[in-house]
Structures are given as structure tokens and as C-alpha cells.
Design a binder for this molecule. Structure first.
Ligand code: HEC
Ligand code: HEC
Length: 240
């Protein structure tokens, strides 16, 4: 996670984030002074959401600038602001749990664990969520990083299914032009897209406006979902 490329300052933030996410307690985050002095030499004109993104440990899981999420977690850079706010709130409140992850826990559990105390106290304010979302929405999306074993036939089949299943109605051409407040899905990590579509099909994801999508994915088989995810993961949103 801490690559040689990351400068010391960011490295510290990541280290703090990881310690915190691992459950080392509120100490790391409660000590904003430590972080403050570490970032003291920083340029003034920085988006306040950027600092919060590090301080609130989002960076530990969603990666630098929201572009290098770990495991099958989502990239957040360039996502719709309203959508980001809504999902962050729904995950914290438990409205969005999703299906089960490899550890048999709710998919969103790791995030809840780092933002909500075992007693149920939320460690982040609405204003902080808003600022982080504003920062993330303003970033250029990550360059697509399709899997090494990606098969061109799958991408082709996924493209056809995207059309046939009328995903465009709500997510726009190639997942790049969603309806207002709906998520961009182009260029997202394939594993994440796959998990979400399975959760939507199986009605494990129930928050927000997701019910409008149910009838469109109801009959999809896992293999078809994998193909759609492969297709979407290859699309470069940084190109018009
Ligand atoms: C310990 C890891 C972890 C941390 C820390 C974390 N998240 Fe997450 N986040 C996740 C996981 C896992 C998911 C995906 C849940 C799922 O698959 O349904 C997620 C999903 C999200 C989503 C939904 C994205 C989408 O496309 O629907 C948003 C928004 C989000 N996180 C924002 C944040 C913000 C903001 C922070 C910091 C305040 C943060 N997260 C901190 C693990 C984390
Ligand atoms: C009728 C509208 C509609 C259609 C059609 C639709 N979706 Fe969705 N989709 C949504 C909405 C709304 C959400 C976000 C729900 C929320 O607010 O929580 C969503 C979320 C998603 C997500 C999760 C995004 C994230 O960041 O977590 C994926 C992936 C997705 N859709 C893929 C598809 C695919 C592929 C199709 C075609 C098979 C499709 N959708 C068809 C409305 C639709």
C-alpha cells in the first residue's frame, strides 16, 4: 500500500489510516494535531475534503485520490457528488449492507467498522461527508485497469448485454452519462461491479433508488454479469 512513490506525509496519513481501520482505536484519528503538524508544510490552497479524506482514513481503503481502492472495494474519484453523499450516509447508518464478503460479513462492514464506534457513535459529521464528496466528485476518474486475464470475447458479449438489458436508460451510453444523481459505472473495477450487480439481482442491496434497477437484472446469470462487468471495466471515462 505504501509505495515508494508516496511521499512521507501521505505515508504517515496512510499509516494512521491503516492503524485506525485495523481497529487501533480512536487515538490515531483523535490526534488531528499529529496529522496537522505533519501537513504543516503543505500548500495552503488544498481542498478541505482532501485533508479529511486522509484524516478520516478513507484513503486506507479507497486509495490515493480515490483511484486505487484495495481488494474489490470501489474507486470513488469522479463519482457523482450526491450519490457519494447518499451512499456514505447509507453505509454508516446500516441502510446499505450489501451481500456477504469473503469473510462472511456484510460487504460494507469494513467501512462501518472504521467510521462507527462499537457503541454506535458516528465518527464523521454530515459536513465532513459533504466536503469529502465535493473533493472526490471534482477529481478526474481513475484510468481503467482491466484484469490481466480479461478476455476480449467477454468484453464484446458484455457490450451487447449492456445494450440488450437497456442499462443505458439510467446509466447512459457506456455507463458514462447517468441520469441525475445516479452513479457512473464506466471504468469502475470489474470485481466491484460484479459484486454490486449480484447484490442488486439478489435484492441484497436495497437502499436509495436501487429498486428501480431490479427488473433489469432479475434474469441475469453470474456469467452474464461477469461479462458486463468486464466490458464496463475497460471504458475510459477520462476520454470523452
Ligand atoms: C476499512 C475500509 C474502508 C474505509 C476506511 C472506508 N471505506 Fe468506503 N467502502 C468500503 C467498502 C468495502 C465499500 C463497498 C461496500 C460494498 O461493496 O457494498 C465502500 C463503499 C463506499 C462508497 C460507495 C461507493 C459506490 O460506488 O457506491 C462510498 C461513497 C464510500 N465507501 C465512501 C467512503 C468515505 C468517504 C470514507 C471515509 C470517510 C470511506 N468510504 C472509508 C470500505 C471502506
Ligand atoms: C431504471 C434505472 C436503472 C437501470 C435500467 C439500471 N440501473 Fe444500475 N443503478 C440504478 C440506480 C438508481 C443505482 C444507484 C442506486 C442507489 O441510489 O443506491 C444503480 C446502481 C448500479 C450499480 C452500482 C454502482 C455503484 O457505484 O455502486 C451498478 C454496477 C449498476 N447499477 C449497473 C447496471 C447495469 C449493468 C444495468 C443493466 C443491466 C443497470 N445498472 C440498469 C438504476 C438503474
Amino acid at each position: 500500500m505504501i509505495s515508494g512513490k508516496i511521499i512521507t506525509r501521505a505515508g504517515l496519513a496512510v499509516a494512521l489510516g491503516l492503524a485506525f481501520a485495523a481497529g487501533a482505536g480512536g487515538v490515531a484519528v483523535k490526534g488531528p494535531l499529529a496529522v496537522k503538524s505533519a501537513v504543516a508544510g503543505e500548500k495552503k490552497k488544498k481542498h478541505p475534503g482532501k485533508r479529511l479524506y486522509r484524516r478520516m482514513t478513507c484513503i486506507a481503503c479507497h486509495g490515493r485520490d480515490g483511484k486505487r481502492a484495495i481488494q474489490d472495494y470501489p474507486n470513488l474519484a469522479g463519482q457523482n457528488k450526491k450519490y457519494l453523499i447518499k451512499q456514505t450516509r447509507d453505509i454508516i447508518s446500516g441502510k446499505r449492507k450489501g451481500g456477504k464478503n469473503a469473510q462472511g460479513k456484510d460487504r460494507a462492514a469494513p467501512m462501518v467498522g472504521s467510521l462507527v464506534t462499537p457503541e454506535g457513535k458516528v465518527r464523521i459529521s454530515d459536513e465532513q461527508i459533504e466536503q469529502i464528496a465535493d473533493y472526490l466528485a471534482g477529481l478526474e476518474p481513475a484510468k481503467p485497469k482491466p484484469a490481466a486475464d480479461l478476455k476480449p470475447e467477454d468484453v464484446e458479449a458484455g457490450k451487447k448485454l449492456y445494450k440488450k438489458k437497456r442499462c443505458k436508460t439510467c446509466h447512459g451510453k457506456a455507463g458514462k452519462k447517468p441520469l441525475k444523481g445516479y452513479p457512473y459505472i464506466a471504468g469502475q473495477k470489474a470485481d466491484y461491479i460484479f459484486n454490486q450487480m449480484v447484490d442488486v439481482r439478489d435484492k441484497m442491496r436495497k437502499n436509495g433508488k436501487i429498486k428501480t434497477m431490479y427488473s433489469f437484472v432479475k434474469k441475469l446469470k453470474d456469467d452474464e454479469i461477469r461479462q458486463i462487468a468486464a466490458y464496463l471495466s475497460t471504458i475510459d471515462r477520462t476520454k470523452k
